[in-house]
Structure formats: structure tokens, C-alpha cells
Design a binder for this molecule. Structure first.
Ligand code: ZN
Ligand code: ZN
Ligand code: ZN
Length: 364
């Protein structure tokens, strides 16, 4: 990932163009992107003060100083620690001396911190830091693409084990625990989520697991992801135990065409909305439009869901290096659901898929 001064330097350029004097970023992916520091989300204030003039500061609680130092912070980033009885907001105000007119607050900075900052900076005007950070984070560097590629390969290896884990008589939760173990065994440092949606549970896109027992004739949607070297994997495939339910196979065939159509539509210069439309048109023409109840995809990187969102109305123009999911689905309430999801990266003339497992429905 980007841990040298270049990320901060690029942030300075974007801040200058956007008319932002400084970004105030709490623990999370923005702070990590600019500094390499994985800060803990604590009730004590941790804040990166990234200034357009290049005078950058990181304010941490004193007891977090060893972790911040161990992160090998970029050169030129000044570290300040704040004791238990000191006022961290006064420290931030001093770090902002002369640069506190137009501030960008991290989108996920907790309101308790933002209100504390507004108390000591009454004259500042505020905007969302994402206006700057999205310009940096949406287009992945080659190192970031490589991290996403390795995460994709790891989750592909987990999916390859699924036919051996899905058995009639096992519960979704039992299978889910085995999947979580496999996500770690294949190289992820964390399990982000495990969705085992069997039978009617598959019709709820964010169902996780339950005590429902798998049975012959079930269709099962498996959507899994983890974190590997700070970057996320996210991949969905569909499995059947025995003969699929009535109507399932033709719907899945249409879904495969829709997912391919969306991937084929990805290239520099087209809009995010047009990629969503490519998948949606196939499913609508096949008669499944009403069952495709969510957007086609989301960006992925240091966050599991980030910009760009592949959704109707998003006229954002795709550029090389953008990474996102292509995951159309069909959800028939009370019966079954299905979704095919790959991560793709926009290349100079199309896209590269980062998941390569067979997308056909798989007999378990
Ligand atoms: Zn400072
Ligand atoms: Zn997913
Ligand atoms: Zn996803």
C-alpha cells in the first residue's frame, strides 16, 4: 500500500485544487492511506492534520505513541501525543495555526470529535474530506492492484473448497464456521463476512448464516470476503445440492449473461451508471428485472465498500485503476436467491477480473 510521502504529497495537490486548507482524519482507511498507520478507533482522539501547505501532524493519545511510531510514519509527518488530562483539541488547533479557514472533516470522524473540533475552531468552514480523498483512493496504484489481486486469489481458493463443505444435514452456521477458518487459512488476516444463504434465506441479499439445515434441492448463495495485506476480497458464487429448484437454472443462466455483459461494458470513458445498465438490461429483458433489487457494484480497496458505486444515476466516468465489484443478483422471495460477484480493475482498454472461479452454478 501507499505508505511513503507521495500519498500525502498527492493529497496536498488535490487539496490545493479543491480549495481545502487541511484534512482532519480520524482512525480509518483515509488515515491509513495517507500514513500507513492502522489507528485504533478509541474514545480518545487520534487525528491526522494533513495541510495543503505540506505541514502535516498526527495527534495521538500518549499510550498509542508506540504503535504510531512502529508504523514507520512518512517523513515530515510530526507526531504529537496527548496525555490523559490534556486537551487534544487545543493541540489540534495549534497544528492548524494559519491553515484553519477551510477544513475537510473525515466522513467517518465521530460526531463527538467533530463537535470538539468545531468548539475550538469556531470560524472554520467545513466540508467532507471525501471530496479530496476519493480523488486519491478511487484509482489504485499498481501496488494496490497487486494487493487486491492476491486477496482475490485467496478468496477464489476458498470458493474452490465449497463443494466439499456443503452437505445436506449441515447448518448454514456450521458451514460458515468452516468457511471462516478457510478464509484465514488461505492467507487473509481477517474474516470480513460470511454469507451462506440457503433456500429462501438466499433471497435476503445480506443474510449471513442461521441454524437452517441444508437439504437436497437447495440453492445456496455464498458471498465471502476477508482482508489480506489491508486490502479486501469479496466474491459470490452459487451452489446447488442435487437438482436445482424449479426455474432456478434458467435464471442463473441469465445472471451469468448479465454479469458478463457488465464486465464487458467496463472500460475507461464510460460511466458507472452505464455498467449498471448493462447488467440490468439483460435481466430485465429475460424477465427478472423486478428481482434484481440492488445496485450492480461497489468500489473496493482499503474499505470493503467505497467509491465508485456502480449504480443508476452515477455519471462518474471510469478511469484506469478504479476497482469495484460486478455483482448482479436475482432474489425470488420465499424461494431462493443468486448473485455472481467478481472484483474488476479498469485497465487501459477494458478491465481485468480479479476472481477466476467458475461462475456457473456448481453442484455440491
Ligand atoms: Zn502538530
Ligand atoms: Zn459480496
Ligand atoms: Zn460486494
Amino acid at each position: 500500500m501507499t505508505t511513503d510521502t507521495s500519498a500525502l504529497q498527492r493529497a496536498e495537490q488535490v487539496m490545493g485544487a479543491a480549495g481545502v486548507d487541511a484534512l482532519l482524519l480520524g482512525p480509518g482507511a483515509d488515515l491509513r492511506y495517507l500514513t500507513g498507520y492502522l489507528a485504533l478507533p478509541l474514545e480518545r482522539l487520534t487525528l491526522l492534520v494533513a495541510r495543503a501547505d505540506g505541514d502535516h501532524h498526527l495527534v495521538v493519545p500518549t499510550l498509542e505513541r508506540p504503535r504510531a511510531e512502529a508504523a514507520e510514519l512518512p517523513d515530515g509527518l510530526r507526531l504529537h501525543d496527548v496525555g490523559e488530562t490534556d486537551d487534544p483539541y487545543a493541540v489540534v488547533a495549534r497544528c492548524l495555526d494559519g491553515a484553519s479557514a477551510r477544513l475537510g472533516a473525515g466522513d467517518q470522524l465521530w460526531s463527538m470529535f467533530l463537535l470538539g473540533l468545531q468548539r475550538v475552531l469556531p470560524d472554520a468552514s467545513w466540508s467532507r474530506a471525501s471530496a479530496v480523498m476519493r480523488e486519491l483512493r478511487m484509482r489504485k496504484t499498481p501496488d494496490e492492484v497487486d494487493a487486491l489481486r492476491r486477496a482475490g486469489q485467496a478468496i477464489d481458493r476458498v470458493h474452490a473448497q465449497l463443494p466439499g463443505l456443503l452437505k445436506a444435514g449441515r447448518t448454514e452456521a456450521e458451514v460458515g464456521r468452516d468457511i471462516a477458518d478457510a478464509i484465514l487459512a488461505e492467507g487473509h488476516s481477517e474474516v470480513d463476512f460470511v454469507i451462506v444463504g440457503s433456500g429462501p434465506n438466499g433471497a435476503s441479499p445480506h443474510h449471513e448464516t442461521s441454524d437452517r439445515m441444508l437439504a437436497e434441492g437447495d440453492a445456496i448463495v455464498i458471498d465471502i470476503g476477508g482482508t489480506l495485506d489491508a486490502y479486501h476480497s469479496d466474491c459470490t458464487r452459487n451452489y446447488v445440492l442435487g437438482d436445482p429448484p424449479e426455474g432456478y437454472a434458467p435464471a442463473h443462466a441469465a445472471l451469468e449473461v448479465a454479469q458478463d455483459a457488465a464486465c464487458d461494458a467496463v472500460r475507461p470513458g464510460v460511466t458507472a451508471a452505464s455498467v449498471d445498465a448493462a447488467a440490468r438490461q439483460v435481466l430485465t429483458e429475460a424477465g427478472y428485472g423486478e428481482f434484481f433489487v440492488h445496485r450492480t457494484g461497489h468500489g473496493i480497496g482499503l474499505d470493503g465498500h467505497e467509491e465508485p458505486y456502480i449504480v443508476a444515476g452515477n455519471e462518474l466516468v471510469l478511469k484506469p485503476g478504479m476497482a469495484f465489484s460486478i455483482e448482479p443478483g436475482v432474489y425470488v422471495p420465499g424461494r431462493y436467491g443468486m448473485r455472481i460477484e467478481d472484483i474488476v480493475v479498469v485497465t487501459e482498454d477494458g478491465c481485468e477480473r480479479l476472481n477466476h472461479g467458475d461462475r456457473a452454478m456448481t453442484a455440491a
